[in-house]
Design a protein around this ligand. Sequence first.
Ligand SMILES: Cc1ncc(COP(=O)(O)O)c(C=O)c1O
Length: 499
Amino acid sequence: MPPQGWTELYDWRVDRNDATPLFRQIYLQIRSAILSRAFPPGTKLPSTRALASRLSVARASVVAAYEQLFAEGYLAGKTGSGTYISSDFPEAIDKGPTRSGKRSLSNRCRVALPKRPATELAGWTMESQDRPFNTARMLVDARTVEAWRMLTNRAMRSFGAHHLTYSDPSGFIELRRAICEYLRVARAVRCDPDQIIVTAGSQQALDIATRVLLRPGDEVWIEDPSYPLTYHALSAARMKLCPVPVDAHGMNVGSAIRSASRAAAAVVTSSHQFPTGVVMSMARRLELLDWASKTGAWIIEDDWASEYRYSGRPLASLQGLDDGERVIYLGTLNKTLFPGLRVGYVVPPRQLLGAFVNARYLMDRQPPSLQQIVLAEFMQEGFLAAHIRRIRLRYLKQRDALVAELARRASFHLTVDAPDQGMHLVAYLKDGHSDVEIERIARESGIVVRAMSPLYKKAPRRSALLLGFSGYPPQRLIPAAVRLAAVVQKALKGGHLSC
Ligand SMILES: Cc1ncc(COP(=O)(O)O)c(C=O)c1O
C-alpha cells in the first residue's frame, strides 16, 4: 500500500492555450504519472470534485478523464472508498534510465563511481538476514529495549520548540559531554566536550576527515587486508591508496615507510584490526606516531568495537599517546549498541576543530534532535555502561560456544582464532582451500559467512571465513556451526576448492 495523500502534492495543471481538450490533458497527465511510477499501484486519486476544483475545470472533464482510464484498465474503483490506481497495467512500466543513459552519467561524474552496485558494496554491513554468522548484527536485550523506550517516552514529553529547530552542528553539548567522559575513562582519549563532533557513525566521520585533510591523488596508507567501506570511501574520493601488509603486530609501518614515506595519511584500526582482529603493538604505535610527526602526515584512527573485550587489558587509543596532534580519532556507538542508531563521533586535534565543524555543517547541518536527547540520557544515567557489562558476558559465552563447536566438528579443516575482543572470529581454512567457494556454498545452505581473501589488495591472501557471533545466542550458533562444519567437510572432500 503506497503512502496516501501524496497525489495532493502532485503538480496538477492544465493549459488553456493548448488545443487538446481539457479532459484529455487530465487523462494524459494521470496516465504518464502512472507509467513513470509517480503514482504506484494502490495510490488513491483525488475525488473528481476535489480535482476539478484544484484545476478550476468543470467536474465533467475530470469524470470523462477518469472514465477513460477506467476503461483502459489503469484505474480500479472501490465502492464507497474512492478511485485507485490499478495493479494490472495495460502497458509496460517505465523501468528507469536506459543503459546508455547510465553510461553517459558515469562519464560526466567527477567522483569515482564504484563499479559494484551500492547494495553489493553495502553487503558487508547491510545484510538484512537474521542468520548466523552475519557480522552486522548485535544483541539488544530486553533491559536495553526497556530503557530506550522509557527514555524515548520521556524525551517526547519534554520535546519542545528548542528541539524543533536548527542546533549546534557538533551535536547537543549534553551528548558530547557524555561521549567525552566515556572516551576519557574507557579509551584514554585526550579530549574536552567541545572537541567532540557527533556524526552519523564512523563512515561519516571518515568522510569529513577525508574532505578536510586530503586532496585527490594524495597517497594514503590503508591496512591490507582492510575494511571494505574504508577502502571504497577513500577510492571514491580519488585517493592513491597504498595497501600496507598487516602481521601479528598490526600494520607494518616499516614496510609502509619504505614504499610510500611521503603519504599524506594513514587509516588504521589499531585497537582491533578489521578483519584479522590483531591489536597493533606498542612499538608499531610509536613508530607510526613518530613517522606522522616527522612528516606532517595525519593518522586516522578508526577505534571501533573496543568496548567488547574478553580478556587482558585493552590497549589505550593511539590518540591518547599522541603528543603531536596528528591523530584524528573516529568512534561509533553503532556497534556498541545497534547499527540502526546511526551515532558516532570524531575527535580532531584542536587546530583542525573549526574546519571539521564547518565540513560537518556543510554536509549535513546537524545530528537529529530526538536521538541525541535519548542517547545522552542513556549514557548519563548509566544504561550504556550496564549494557556493555551485560552484553560483554553474553558475547563471551557466544564466542566460546562457537569456538568449542568448531573445534569439535571442523578442526581438521579450520584453524579458529578465539578473539580477545570484538564481534566476529576468523576461521582460517587449512591447505589453501578457497574461502570464496565455501562462502558461496554455505549461502546455498542458508548460512551467512564472509570470505576474507577478497579483502586483500597486494599482500599474500589468507583464505578464511569471518563468522559473526555477536547477533546470536548459543542455541542458534551451535546448530549453525554444525551445518557449517558439514558444508566445509562436504565441499573439501570433493577436492575442487583449492585457490
Ligand atoms: C572497521 C569498522 N569501522 C567502523 C564500523 C562501523 O561503522 P558505522 O559507525 O558507520 O556503522 C565498522 C562496522 O562494521 C567496521 O567494521
